[in-house]
Design a binder for this molecule. Sequence first.
Ligand SMILES: Cc1ncc(COP(=O)(O)O)c(C=O)c1O
Length: 357
Amino acid sequence: MILLNPGPVTLSPGVRRALAEGADLCHREAEFAALTRDLLAGLEAVYEDAQDYAAALLTGSGTCGVEAMLATFAPRDRPTLVAANGVYGERMAEMLRRQGKPLLLARSEWAAPIDLEAVRRLLDARPDTACVAAVHHETTTGRLNDLTPLAALCRERGAELLIDAVSSFGGEEIPLATWRPLALAGTANKCLHGIPGLACVLARRAALEQESGHAPSLYLDLGGYYREQRNGFSPFTQAVQAAQALHAALAEFAQQGGWGARRARYQARTDRIRARLAALGVAPLLPAGESAAMLTAYLMPAGRSYEALHDSLKAQGFVLYAGQGPFHGRVFRIATMGEIGATDLERLETALTEFFA
Ligand SMILES: Cc1ncc(COP(=O)(O)O)c(C=O)c1O
């Protein structure tokens, strides 16, 4: 089965081997500590300009990483503004509500870019806003949010930028030296090609060294992870097998040329699928250049059902992804991460042609 959903991904033979053949490890032993230190170094090396940043590794899915980032860095007594244009922006707002933290919400239409003017107006009204949180790749629509103007606005207003980079970490450019986010959250099982079970947060080292005192949760307090993981140990039991898989995945990531090469590979696959679907009269939701390399949302042609498309492709070994919320039934999504070979791509083009022609 080739997974064309936005994570988990189809595994490479090397990651599969690491899972099948990895030693039984206790998370309190030196071997696992060494593995953890390697993983942290690998995560900190994903972007070249991360010298001021340190990684923390948590057992949980991407949501766990995002929630830990907000738990640790969003203050209890000053607002955090969420710029939302999809499911995952809305989810960050919900996390802040549940953490009982003051929230400002700048909503846009889900197919639209972040509403920078709305953000500016809210910051004018609440100059004490401490953080601005945004999603980099809003996987709901495939939109790659341009965070450069938002980061500049944050700097101008003295607010810290927090990024949900769950579906872009390792597969898109994240210019840390320019955006200067306080933190960003990622996951093992999307552009890094590991398995589900581990999330990471990259945060400015200086911020992790201070006790933030903001976290309403023990498990999600990144300070504890940072302090203990410097020695390779974690405050709680880690997903050992997921860590072994991520170790192999990060080695492949580096060998294959890092995020730039990975992005180029995703884009080449996406371009081919986009061109084939265009020839079949199936249009993308967003214009070229506004989508992330790893995922495109396509408009379902009138009279065709997502379920029929899904089932037809699944019968041929491909898993597609439905639209979320208001896009349910109106769009379908195709992600291009993971182990997808040239013949897989040819078979996919044939399967799409057979369905839509
Ligand atoms: C941008 C973004 N944030 C957060 C998540 C949540 O990740 P998970 O489902 O691994 O908890 C996803 C999942 O697709 C995502 O795309």
